[in-house]
Design a protein around this ligand. Structure first.
Ligand code: SF4
Length: 383
């Protein structure tokens, strides 16, 4: 249901920008220098200052994303979880997700993360083919993924998610099946499946410009996406959003806030926030972010903001709502945003309906199976 649910808590996001090297496809805001003690401590001080200065509120999820949060010492993560509890009333047992790369931690490291308050692990596995991992610039192997999940489970992580990237150059059905076999063997509770996008200032984008990048055909990627959805369903993981599959009860509560137009506060370099009708975002370099706070105080972390017009807000709520399997309840949407979607966008929606990309079920509007694969075409209709 797309609605600003009354009483829903804030989502808190902390960006940890450290990475040991830049992956070939990465367009995230990162700092690929060794995160020694001094760099970690400086960053922690800045994030703590930002969290302490933020307008308070009641939060019910916390997400450490990156970058590579598993490169931040567990004692520092514990400090931030503690601050989320004291400043934002994050309750015991709240969903606290941490992204990690498979080779970063041993069993003691995962135990330390649990003790620091993390409840949910999101592992950047990406592929179970070591040759592909090498091409991606990942610094781990498929065997590391197996070890990581075993250690995480032993340490008490009851909720483990794996990230996979579909559509790498040279993708074939048999090669992708190896990744699906790896997922089946590991038995995760959640899978995030990302179709490769070549964008930004990445090595892949450079190769694309140079004409040396051979991406798989769209039809093959679409077939493999469908095959993956079937294979995950057989494992008990159902698609609940375009890129996300989960066992019942293991859906990401934090990410659900982004898709349901709910408020969230982001801390750290490049982090985005949304509260009321206002969006704002932070300085997107390590040095710039830390220096701004050190020299001018926490508010200087903000690089820009935008107050959404009612139309922008309803458009964004439509985009994000349609990403979910259930789609958008048109009656609720009209109540919250004052927009009759079929009346307002009827002309531009005619083509996606005719092409079988959109459907209505009762009062709900949602993407069809085919529409999920061509969602960008559908979203154009709302612009
Ligand atoms: S580990 Fe993640 S954030 Fe870091 S460079 Fe690789 S893709 Fe980017």
């Amino acid at each position: 249901m797309t609605t600003a649910t009354p009483g829903a808590g804030l989502g808190l996001y902390v960006h940890v920008p450290f990475c040991e090297a830049k992956c070939a496809y990465c367009h995230f805001a990162i700092d690929p220098r060794r995160p020694d003690e001094a760099r970690q401590e400086r960053y922690l001080r800045a994030v703590v200052a930002e969290m302490e200065a933020a307008e308070s509120g009641r939060a019910d999820t916390l997400y450490f994303g990156g970058g590579t949060p598993s490169l931040l010492a567990a004692s520092r993560l514990a400090r931030l979880v503690g601050l989320a509890r004291s400043r934002f009333f994050l309750p015991d047992g709240a969903e606290v997700t941490l992204e990690a790369n498979p080779a970063d931690l041993d069993l003691a490291g995962y135990r330390a993360l649990r003790q620091a308050g993390s409840t949910r692990l999101s592992l950047g596995v990406q592929s179970f083919d070591d040759a592909v991992l090498g091409e991606m610039g990942r610094r781990h192997s498929a065997a590391d993924a197996f070890r990581a999940v075993e250690h995480a489970r032993t340490a008490g992580f009851a909720s483990v998610s794996l990230d996979l990237i579909l559509g790498w150059p040279g993708e074939t059905g048999p090669r992708w099946e190896r990744s699906l076999d790896g997922v089946a063997a590991l038995g995760p509770d959640h899978v995030s499946l990302y179709v490769l996008e070549v964008e930004g200032r990445t090595l892949l984008a450079h190769r694309a410009r140079a004409g040396t990048l051979a991406l798989p055909e769209d039809d093959l990627v679409a077939d493999l996406y469908r095959r993956t959805a079937e294979a995950l369903s057989a494992l008990g993981l159902e698609r609940y959003e375009i890129s996300n599959f989960a066992r019942p009860g293991f859906e990401s509560r934090h990410n659900a806030k982004y898709w349901a137009d709910l408020p969230f506060l982001g801390f750290g370099m490049s982090a985005h926030s949304y509260r009321g009708r206002r969006r704002w975002w932070n300085v997107d370099s390590y040095g710039g972010y830390c220096r701004a706070i050190e020299e001018q105080g926490a508010p200087a972390a903000v690089a820009g903001f935008r107050v959404l017009s009612p139309r922008e807000r309803s458009q964004e709520a439509l985009f994000t709502g349609l990403r979910r399997r259930d789609g958008v309840d048109l009656d609720t949407f009209r109540g919250v945003y004052g927009v009759d979607v079929l009346g307002e966008y009827g002309d531009s929606l005619a083509a996606p309906f005719a092409a079988g990309l959109l459907e209505t079920r009762g009062t709900w509007l949602r993407l069809t199976e085919r529409g999920v694969l061509l969602s960008n075409e559908v979203f154009q209709a709302f612009v």
